[in-house]
Design a protein around this ligand. Structure first.
Ligand SMILES: *Cc1c(COP(=O)(O)O)cnc(C)c1O
Length: 426
């Protein structure tokens, strides 16, 4: 990184608007762009010249956001799309085909487990879920048809931290990319590419936007993976029939994945981010480091307070000295373990439901990474479609409540939890 994170979060990917000098990135609310002449149009469609054609593919506001996220993650390129779930499909689309599989962590956002285990089947893809603390099991789950290894840096809902360098080593040895969902950490707390990730995916809906206004997603490419080393990734290494036989890796080198994702992924899947959403997320990212510092500081205080409260059975926050994953925080996310974790209320499911209803300052919503503190009972909501075994493995058992700690005054958050715990355990 040439400039510091705080500088990049307000400057990267954006220069004053060349047409007007506007200092803030304009919202280019347009579907199409006038070609200079027929040759220009042909050059753009042939990828001989980079420019704007149609906003399903690229838009200047969305591109500014993609470039900023790529800079913050330390990647060579990024593509934005309509949601975090879209980003997961877009990340896998160039790599996968019928009969192929991915090896994924059991500790994932519930919606991701459902997408991978159910909807993937419609494409002929499959996912094998493994405990990523069991490195031998991860290696053993990979076979000749595996095209990616997938995990979250800090995982939803438990705040568990993955040993990214260890997993990257296993993926490297198998010659397949490691894809890391970095939503919960944000690039301020963790930069998975520095730990060996090939692709980083985001739900920009969460901390990057930061205030619960728009959904969005992003895929960042490290630019380092050799797509031609094996015959496993023909969409990138062989003549691509969906783009008049272009060999993306040969023609575009480190930008092959990014160009493929735009020229074919966005073109044919159409999971496009709109410029208004990109604007909100650009505004959010300008204060990312300031917000994350406060999120983490508050989360630590709340987690420690809960851990010492007799009405609470346990707290999963990896930032607690008592957490089995505390040792990884220093290595993977030294600025903090994020601000999302679960805790078990004495009294189980009934007490959890009462607690959620009694909280007043915490909003009961299915979201995270908002400036506001949020609460949800994962087992009956975000992780509802999972089997009891999957819920347990994901850290979303019926006796735990998930908190997303906001940037309010921490004393007010504790006062709210205190009165709600009293109501829940009375
Ligand atoms: C929310 C979330 C997603 C899905 O993102 P959407 O923007 O809601 O589609 C994926 N991964 C994690 C870790 C999330 O928290």
């Amino acid at each position: 990184m040439t400039q510091g994170f705080d500088t990049l979060q307000v400057h990267a990917g954006t220069a004053p608007d060349p047409a007007t000098g506007a200092r803030q990135v304009p919202i280019y609310q347009t579907t199409a762009y006038v070609f200079r002449d027929a040759d220009h149009a042909a050059a753009l469609f042939g990828l001989q010249e980079v420019g704007y054609i149609y906003s399903r593919l690229t838009n200047p506001t969305v591109s500014a956001l993609a470039n900023r996220i790529a800079a913050l993650e330390g990647g060579v390129g990024a593509v934005c799309c309509s949601s975090g779930h879209a980003a997961q499909i877009m990340a896998l689309f160039p790599l996968m085909g019928p009969g192929l599989n991915i090896v994924a962590s059991t500790r994932l956002y519930g919606g991701t487990i459902t997408q991978f285990s159910q909807t993937f089947k419609r494409f002929g893809w499959s996912a094998r879920f493994v405990d990523f603390d069991d490195e031998a099991a991860v290696a053993a789950a990979i076979d000749d048809d595996t095209r990616a290894v997938f995990c979250e840096s800090i995982s939803n809902p438990g705040g568990y931290v993955t040993d990214l360098p260890a997993i990257a080593k296993i993926a490297d040895k198998a010659g397949i990319p490691l894809i890391v969902d970095n939503t919960l950490a944000s690039p301020y707390l963790c930069r998975p590419i520095e730990h060996g990730a090939t692709l980083v995916v985001h739900s920009t809906t969460k901390y990057l936007t930061g205030n619960g206004t728009v959904t969005g997603g992003a895929i960042v490419d490290a630019g380092t993976f050799d797509w031609s080393a094996s015959g496993k990734f023909p969409s990138l290494s062989a003549p691509e029939p969906a783009y008049h036989g272009l060999k993306f890796h040969e023609a575009l080198g480190g930008m092959a994945f990014t160009f493929h994702s735009i020229a074919i992924g966005l073109r044919d899947l159409g999971m496009t981010m709109n410029p208004q959403a990109a604007h909100y997320t650009l505004m959010g990212i300008e204060t990312l480091s300031l917000r994350m510092e406060k999120h983490v500081a508050n989360a630590k205080v709340v987690a420690e307070w809960l851990e010492n409260d007799p009405r609470v059975d346990f707290v999963t926050y990896a930032g607690l000295a008592s957490s089995p994953w505390n040792g990884r925080v220093e290595k993977i996310c030294p600025k903090g373990a994020g601000a999302l974790f679960t805790f078990a209320v004495k009294g189980g499911y009934e007490a959890c439901v009462k607690l959620v209803d009694a909280l007043q300052l915490f909003s009961h919503v299915a979201n995270l990474g908002d400036t506001r503190s949020l609460v949800i009972h994962s087992a009956s909501t975000t992780h509802r479609q999972l089997t009891p075994e999957q819920q347990q493995a994901a850290g979303a058992a019926p006796n735990v409540v998930r908190l997303s700690i906001g940037i309010e005054n921490v004393e007010d958050l504790i006062a709210d939890l205190d009165q709600a715990l009293a109501a829940a355990t009375a």
